[in-house]
Design a protein around this ligand. Structure first.
Ligand SMILES: [Zn+2]
Length: 468
């Protein structure tokens, strides 16, 4: 009798276990693509407590079920280069599939304040580097009120004591949990390569990658790779498409050669033929020597007008942001296709104006280059947007080891798009037109884009290295 009763009890327990688990959220019937494992199949994703609990071949039940039939379910996109760290930019990016937006090039001067200001929750996950440019502006007393120098912070030379002060500022930022160290030698022509190498050394001490907007094309790439090697720093060259210009093949060959020799060097690109920067930056210090035709390649962001010598001079006095046209479509395509590049937007929106890369980078790669031109496979494009940037950071930022992947235990950051219709819509005249074909975006298990509309949820959390 006793054994029969025990068996009955066991049967009851088994029956209870067989009751279908109900998840907080289920993404059903989608084509799940995970570049880390190579999984590319119809699956059902069960989400509980902000994490992926199961990736199942069988249907699941949940408090809410999103039907993703005929859609791709990808890890949320991770953007390593996003200057727009506020609500209006986050709103545009999330419509483009971005679930983690990181300001790693210019970085921020006050890391603790950056995280403190956003701690109530944002649409997407956020994070920042501590920046050499900002540190240099402060130490040398630059007059600019923007993130880029307009005078001595860019062009001045620093004394030994001033370089030491910059090192101390970077160390403080790293201790406060900065994701990386950001630099822009193109914006700081007064900084010697020795000064840059000193900053790389601080990055290396913190096990941080150094993300740099280099100067001087191929020669600048050589000296930057050499400085990073001497300092023992992990190096990330931002927007190869713009700094590589019309020498992209040898540019990538140099990065590959450094990698083959065992150096940790990575890079990124955005899919547009025009760049954008501050009109007062050192990049334009030689403007008086330009031929007349060159001014017409410059478009003022505030008004959309193309400039002349006269209006360029006026705008340079006044300040503002300018879009620089000029690269060929062939250059852009080869930068996107290269196996070396991750996809990163370099975007920002200010007062409703900006560069379309802020709003359209990821959808443009998926729609134009993957679907329409078949320039690269979909899984490869997703790798560049998810697992590759996650791995770039995870040695310093352990929380990145659960992003950029679809598997049990990973963060439930997911982007759900229609591969037949996904496309960018933002233009150089209106950078705030959202991308199409991305109906659902999930951050930390909460739906932040629902049937194409941004919801009131603010589940985005800090991406931050351990605070010392
Ligand atoms: Zn940038």
């Amino acid at each position: 009798m006793r054994s029969i009763r025990s068996l009955a009890l066991i049967a009851t327990v088994i029956a209870a276990c067989a009751q279908p688990t109900s998840y907080d959220l289920v993404v059903a019937n989608g084509r799940v693509m995970d570049p880390e494992s190579g999984l590319d199949a119809v699956r059902h994703v069960g989400i509980t407590g902000g994490q992926i609990a199961v990736v199942s071949e069988k249907p699941l039940t949940g408090k809410r079920v999103i039907d993703a039939a005929n859609h791709v379910v990808a890890p949320g996109f991770i953007d390593l280069h996003e200057h727009g760290q506020q609500e209006d930019s986050y709103r545009m990016m999330v419509r483009d599939g971005v679930t983690t937006a990181l300001e790693l090039e210019v970085g921020v001067p006050d890391v603790a304040k950056f995280y403190g200001d956003r701690a109530a929750g944002q649409i997407v996950n956020y994070g920042a580097a501590v920046g050499h440019i900002g540190a240099r502006m402060k130490v040398l007393g630059d007059p600019s009120t923007t993130i880029l120098p307009a005078g001595i912070g860019g062009t001045g030379s620093a004394t030994e004591a001033q370089v030491a002060e910059m090192e101390a500022m970077l160390r403080k930022g790293l201790a406060e949990g900065a994701v990386a160290v950001g630099l822009g030698s193109a914006y700081t022509p007064g900084a010697t390569m020795d000064e840059i190498q000193r900053m790389f050394k601080v990055a290396a001490e913190g096990n941080a990658s150094a993300h740099i907007h280099i100067r001087n094309g191929l020669a600048g790439l050589d000296s930057t790779i050499a400085a990073a090697k001497a300092a023992g720093a992990k190096l990330h060259i931002v927007h190869a498409n713009s700094v590589g210009g019309d020498t992209l093949a040898p540019f990538f060959a140099k990065i590959q050669a450094a990698r083959d020799a065992g150096q940790d060097v990575t890079t990124e690109a955005y899919p547009y033929g025009a760049g954008m920067t501050s009109i007062q930056s050192a990049l334009f210090d030689d403007w008086k020597t330009w031929p007349d035709a060159k001014f017409g390649l410059h478009q003022l962001v505030s008004t959309g007008e193309r400039l002349t010598r006269k209006t360029f001079e006026e705008a340079r006095k006044k300040g503002g942001t300018v879009i620089i046209h000029g690269r060929t479509e062939e250059q852009t395509r080869s930068a996107i296709v290269s196996p070396l590049t991750m996809i990163a937007s370099d975007g920002f929106i200010e007062n409703g104006r900006g560069h379309p890369r802020t709003s359209g980078t990821f959808a443009k790669v998926l729609g134009k280059y993957v679907r329409d031109e078949k320039a690269l496979p979909l899984m490869e494009a997703l790798r560049k947007m998810t697992i590759a940037p996650a791995k770039r950071l995870e040695a310093r930022v352990p929380s990145m080891a659960t992003k950029g992947r679809i598997r049990a235990g990973a963060d439930a950051d997911l982007t759900i798009f229609d591969p037949a219709t996904v496309i960018d819509k933002a233009t150089y005249e209106d950078a705030t037109i959202p991308s199409a074909g991305i109906p659902y975006v999930i951050v930390g298990g909460q739906v932040v884009v629902d049937a194409g509309q941004v919801t009131a949820a603010r589940p985005g959390r800090a991406v931050r290295a351990p605070v010392k």
